[in-house]
Design a protein around this ligand. Structure first.
Ligand code: SF4
Length: 429
């Protein structure tokens, strides 16, 4: 990031939080700290904090390795072990990292898992991934099965089913691993802190409704979601981070400024877009540049909802801790059906007054790439605004074709321009 970006207090805070977290992990052998490997969707961070377990998130390690250009080597290690080209590249990157000494993205060694906590939400790969990790490590594994929202909503029996698993399986396993008795008041305390952070986080993403948008809700959004979807929800540090971020955003709104980009300040915003799909981590900055050089800002994205949805009013509830953990898991974006995802994108296009929407279809993510062309067609039809489509991958650089994507984007922006001319013509004729 440029000097302008480095001055932002929120970024400095986040950098420190992450460095301290990885430092704690690296020193686990000396301190005796225990950890849980788990996933972002359906994460039970508050519960882990209750047992003083440090969260380790394999998909975050994979994406951070990709941003540091280390993923290609790890994927190659996994493929040599026999993992097919079609396997989710997060998985191959993670397995490759493990076989390469389990040195994490910050360059320090990650401890072996004290427990594998498999929160299963919507993607079958999660299950296969942890089966592989189970074969790599000698540690307990516990699974939380989250029923899929096939009908676009969850029921009380689904929630009760999760609560029962928490009571009968997850909590007893975490007690055994941590050597600590479950303390409901401690869980309530972390949930209170979560709720505070969540209130602030919603305001951050809502800022995309302002014109010009002070945030980029996809590229910039990746940084905004990091504290709340990783190790820091339920901690005071997440609240402090969002306070700092909101203060910066309010200043930017007051001055009519756009988001900070790697080159400094974003200039004129010609296109307001909604995006479906994750960014391409191996070429994160190249891709971002293709947008901001054309004056395109992302005002809302589905990726910032993978770890949990707050816009419909959900907050962690200290008065109903286990029920609310269950509701959180049920609500994350990966647990939503195709029609529910389509409705949500339509809503974003309208609520955020977007000129159109784009889909980044990820080659190796079979779970979420399937059906995206249907989403595209339907959102176009329902909103009357142009949709665009391009393909890349999460952490495998072999699937990033800069020229192709640039061409696609340029044609897409032209499409928006044509649409504008057309609308102008209709108004003046
Ligand atoms: S959702 Fe996609 S990217 Fe995530 S684990 Fe499943 S297949 Fe991989």
């Amino acid at each position: 990031m440029s000097q302008a970006a480095e001055k932002e207090r929120s970024m400095e805070l986040q950098k420190t939080m992450l460095a301290e977290h990885f430092d704690q992990l690296a020193k686990s052998d000396e301190t005796g700290a225990k950890n849980a490997y788990t996933f972002v969707p359906g994460n039970l961070t508050e519960l882990l904090h209750t047992f003083d377990l440090l969260p380790v998130l394999p998909e975050i390690n994979a994406l951070q390795n990709a941003m540091r250009k280390r993923s290609a080597d790890f994927i190659s290690i996994a493929e040599k072990l026999g993992h097919s080209e079609d396997v989710c590249t997060y998985v191959k990157c993670d397995i490759g990292m493990k076989r390469n000494g389990n040195i994490g993205p910050t360059g320090t060694k990650l401890p072996d898992p004290s427990v594998l906590l498999l929160s299963y939400t919507g993607c079958f790969t999660f299950m296969k991934w942890f089966e592989l990790l189970k074969a790599e490590y000698d540690c307990p594994i516990v699974m939380l099965h989250v029923p899929y929202q096939a009908d676009g909503k969850w029921t009380k029996s689904m929630r009760d089913y999760i609560v029962k698993q928490l009571q009968e399986k997850v909590i007893p396993t975490l007690e055994e691993v941590s050597g600590k008795k479950f303390d409901m008041d401690k869980l309530r305390h972390h949930m209170r802190l979560s709720r505070e952070a969540e209130e602030r986080f919603v305001k951050v993403l809502d800022a995309g409704k302002v014109t010009p948008s002070p945030i980029d809700a996809w590229f910039g959004g990746v940084y905004y979601i990091s504290p709340i979807f990783t190790a820091f929800r339920g901690q005071q540090s997440a609240i402090d981070y969002y306070d700092a971020l909101l203060a910066e955003l309010n200043q930017r709104i007051a001055k009519g400024q756009g988001p900070i980009i790697p080159d400094g300040e974003m200039g004129e915003q010609k296109y307001r877009l909604v995006v479906e799909g994750p960014p391409c981590w191996t070429n994160f900055r190249d891709l971002w540049k293709m947008f901001y050089e054309e004056g395109a800002v992302i005002v809302a994205s589905t990726y910032t909802k993978v770890g949990g949805l707050y816009e419909d009013g959900f907050r962690h509830d200290p008065d109903n801790p286990l029920e609310s953990l269950a509701e959180y898991c049920l609500g994350c974006y990966t647990n939503h059906s195709l029609p529910a995802r389509t409705d949500r994108i339509v809503q974003y296009v309208e609520d955020y007054n977007a000129d159109g929407f784009l889909i980044n279809s990820v080659k190796s993510c079979n779970s979420f790439s399937a059906g995206q062309l249907l989403i595209l067609r339907e959102v176009e039809e329902r909103t009357g605004r142009p949709g665009g489509f391009f393909e890349s991958d999460l952490v495998d650089p072999r699937y990033f074709s800069a020229a192709n994507i640039k061409n696609r984007l340029e044609s897409y922006f032209q499409m928006i321009e044509q649409k504008r001319q057309h609308v102008k013509g209709e108004v003046t004729s």
